[in-house]
Design a binder for this molecule. Structure first.
Ligand code: ZN
Ligand code: ZN
Length: 425
């Protein structure tokens, strides 16, 4: 390694940034149609390519994408979404635990009326406390429930370490039917675990927890108030996304870098917690389309004072993609552009290297994630520029990096930054 000071590293992600041609934009993508002088400057001075976070065409979630981008193979390490959500809200997930994401929902009998209980925003901490009081312990199993943002929550089941207990098993079905107007089902062991005592026990505990949680919630004064105000009551909590504890090598250990994460989604925050990175809260980072992107960019600059590496993610573009709303997605991409402008103004890019990309594509014509490659640009210290002059899906296909995968990212960045150790003599 040379004697020169290693550069600081930033991964800046617009969640779901990539897209497909949009008829209303005369066949351009939102990123191509929007004027993005700062992103274009990165491209003109930097090195572009197309990122396949896992492999070409593979459709992934934000959690698995972030794992791949940080160099942790999700097919090896991913054990379901529940543990990340639980970690993200501050619940421990220990070996042997089973963890879920949950929604506060509105039910009528067993019929699911509103999957998000009117996107309830207030009082969920009190509702969760009432659930824990009534259903905090079932048949030798601790049931730890905690609210997240809006209607979201997480549940961790932890079995007592008694010899007689069968333990817990994650091979069970979901309780959330994902569709309104239908009855929510009982939890049951998956076919392959139908005769497994631990899976049977876990399903039984989940069903009892759902029943007790419903009783506690239906009787809660907050819900009486909601009904009086003609709002849907949060009278049920429905578990899904079951998973078990994951065992990931800490980021600092794997790369020798002191890393921070500035992300708006609990799920990805949970990954940061698992990797023992510093997960930084930013006031004004709402995770919604109203998020304060300058506050996020300022937090990145500040974090670089005492970290070698920062990963930041603005969630908004993904929301526009899921909503199939061109205007919304373009407004969200404009936030990424503004944030990049702030970074260009406030950082010395002879001492900093940045990659800007997305964790996956969420095309507005599709309304969900696709396996299309995501445009990506590397800029700053150590980066050898190519001929690409603007940032977008088509231009980046001509980039000097060509197609690359998540596994390559930390190698590329640590190579540019001068922090990578030579393999061989
Ligand atoms: Zn995402
Ligand atoms: Zn998404």
């Amino acid at each position: 390694m040379s004697d020169s000071q290693p550069a600081k590293i930033i991964i800046f992600l617009g969640d779901g940034l990539g897209d497909r041609p949009v008829p209303a934009l005369e066949g351009r993508t939102p990123l191509e149609a929007l004027a993005t002088p700062h992103l274009d400057r990165l491209a003109a001075e930097g090195l572009c390519g197309m990122l396949n976070p896992v492999s070409p065409g593979r459709i992934i979630g934000s959690d698995t994408a972030h794992m791949a981008i940080l160099g942790y193979d999700p097919f090896k390490y991913y054990k379901g979404r529940g543990p990340f959500e639980a970690k993200g809200v501050g619940l421990e997930v220990l070996p042997g635990d089973v963890a879920f994401r949950c929604n506060f929902a509105t039910v009528d009998g067993r019929k699911l009326v509103d999957r998000r209980a009117g996107r309830i925003k207030e009082g969920t901490d009190q509702l969760a406390a009432a659930v824990n009081e009534k259903a905090g312990r079932i048949d030798g199993v601790q049931c730890l429930f905690k609210e997240s943002v809006e209607h979201r929550a997480a549940l961790v089941l932890r079995s007592d370490c008694s010899q007689s207990a069968a333990g817990l098993d994650h091979r069970i079905t979901e309780v959330d039917p994902h569709h309104e107007g239908v009855d929510y089902p009982d939890c049951a062991p998956l076919p392959e675990a139908a005769s497994d005592p631990a899976a049977q026990r876990t399903a039984r505990i989940v069903n009892e927890w759902v029943r007790l949680a419903h009783e506690a919630l239906a009787a809660h004064p907050i819900n009486a108030e909601r009904v009086a105000e003609s709002l849907p009551p949060a009278n049920a909590a429905l578990p899904r996304g079951v998973g078990t504890a994951v065992d990931l090598e800490p980021f600092a250990h794997k790369y020798g870098l002191h890393g921070a994460m500035i992300v708006e989604v609990d799920l990805v925050r949970g990954l940061g917690e698992y990797l023992a990175m510093d997960v930084i809260d930013v006031p004004g980072a709402t995770g919604g389309k109203d998020t304060d992107e300058i506050a996020i960019a300022a937090a990145v600059v500040k974090a670089l004072d005492d970290h070698d590496f920062v990963l930041a993610n603005i969630k908004a573009p993904d929301l526009g993609g899921h909503d199939g709303d061109v205007e919304q997605k373009m407004a969200a991409i404009a936030k990424v552009e503004n944030a990049v402008g702030y970074l260009l103004e406030h950082l010395d890019f002879t001492q900093t290297v940045i990659m800007v990309t997305g964790d996956h594509c969420t095309p507005i014509t599709f309304g969900d994630h696709t396996g299309d490659a995501v445009p990506a640009v590397f800029h700053g210290a150590g980066v050898r520029p190519d001929d690409v002059q603007s940032f977008g899906e088509r231009p980046c296909m001509h980039g000097g990096l060509g197609n690359f995968t998540g596994e390559d990212i930390m190698n590329l960045l640590t190579n540019f930054a001068g922090t990578q150790l030579k393999f061989g003599a």
